[in-house]
Design a protein around this ligand. Structure first.
Ligand SMILES: [Zn+2]
Length: 70
């Protein structure tokens, strides 16, 4: 299998689901620019970055649980 590169897409992988981390884009001067490709902090579930889906479904609940004293 050939390796392929997509320069516009983040090379960062989610540490939880191993999926691609979404990039955040905006339009500036008529061009689409990436302004954030670092994902979300996966702490306390894991070390590194995670995608939006895991952040909402796994990391945030875990964080809430910790704050709740469980
Ligand atoms: Zn993920």
């Amino acid at each position: 299998m050939d390796e392929y590169k997509v320069s516009e897409i983040s090379q960062n992988k989610c540490v939880i689901c191993r999926g691609q981390i979404e990039v955040k884009t905006h339009v500036r001067n008529g061009r689409l620019e990436i302004y954030w490709d670092k994902g979300n902090n996966a702490q306390p579930v894991s070390e590194g970055q995670c995608c939006d889906v895991c952040n909402e479904s796994v990391v945030l609940p875990a964080r809430m649980a910790r704050l709740g004293g469980f």
